[in-house]
Ligand binder design. Structure first.
Ligand SMILES: Nc1ncnc2c1ncn2[C@@H]1O[C@H](COP(=O)(O)OP(=O)(O)O)[C@@H](O)[C@H]1O
Ligand SMILES: Nc1ccn([C@H]2C[C@H](O)[C@@H](COP(=O)(O)OP(=O)(O)O)O2)c(=O)n1
Length: 228
């Protein structure tokens, strides 16, 4: 990257559930005038479509056969990110327990991943000022040439406490178990698993406040832009 020039900067933020990817990515993008893409919402959206269309989620062949059918549109304004399926706003519908419990199975199907990855790359290419893209495989697979790659981590306890706080005080132990199960599925799948890119900066957020994580990533982006 040229020194100081405000080139379109591509930032990849990966990590397991509850590490602060979405909150950090939105805030960094908003602060730096970048676009924002929640790739988890895209996988949740196609899962919602599969479930509501009556596709057998236990049957990867059935999922693969219709992976190209739903039209999934993501809005990339960090202050108002949106997600729709065939024109229907699904921002709330994709956050249900039913979708959360099935998204890993749908996300493991190669035809689903290749279709969604294509969407992600075209959105990143279209972001004139640059973009913060958050997910599981952005730095390793989707945008391997990203200017900055960050991999967020946190203890299972911290992540479960944060997630259950979000889920209006859901049982922390049950939340922790569900997170660990989903992390294992996302990390062990054959096609573009959850993994830290070799050139990613790892940030353990367990003992950090959200503000501290945001400040850390903003500094990393600014250092990249300054050519450090
Ligand atoms: N470092 C942190 N300290 C405390 N709470 C956090 C921190 N990072 C995120 N949170 C909170 O935890 C919850 C999950 O954060 P989120 O950004 O959705 O994580 P992810 O996208 O990695 O699943 C949100 O309520 C968020 O405000
Ligand atoms: N780039 C991505 C993003 C999400 N996924 C899958 C795996 C995740 O369990 C689900 C949901 O992701 P999401 O980021 O919404 O989940 P969390 O908010 O981290 O709990 O989607 C993926 O396979 N690849």
């Amino acid at each position: 990257m040229e020194n100081g020039a405000a080139q379109p900067v591509i930032v990849a933020i990966d990590g397991p559930s509850g590490t602060g990817k979405s909150s950090t990515s939105k805030a960094v993008a908003a602060q730096l005038g970048l676009s924002y893409l929640d790739t988890g919402a895209q996988y949740r959206a196609i899962t919602w479509w599969m479930v509501t269309s009556g596709i057998d989620i236990e049957d990867p062949t059935a999922i693969a056969a219709v992976a190209g059918k739903p039209e999934i549109v993501s809005g990339t304004d960090p202050l108002d990110p949106t997600i729709s399926v065939d024109g229907t706003d699904v921002a709330a519908a994709i956050r249900t327990q039913e979708v959360t419990s099935q998204v890993s199975a749908v996300s493991a199907v190669p035809e689903v991943r290749s279709r969604i990855t294509e969407l992600q790359r075209s959105l990143a290419a279209a972001a004139e000022q640059g973009i913060v893209v958050e997910g599981r495989d952005i730095g390793t697979t989707v945008l391997p040439d990203a200017d900055l790659k960050v991999f967020l981590t946190a203890s299972a306890e911290a992540r479960a406490a944060r997630r259950s706080g979000e889920l209006k005080g859901a049982d922390v132990a049950a939340t922790r178990e569900a997170l660990i199960k989903r992390d294992a599925a996302d990390s062990s799948r054959k096609t573009s698993p959850l993994a830290k890119a070799d050139d990613a900066v790892e940030v353990d957020t367990t003992e950090l406040t959200l503000a501290q994580v945001i400040e850390c990533v903003v500094t990393l982006v600014e250092e990249k832009r300054a050519g450090k």
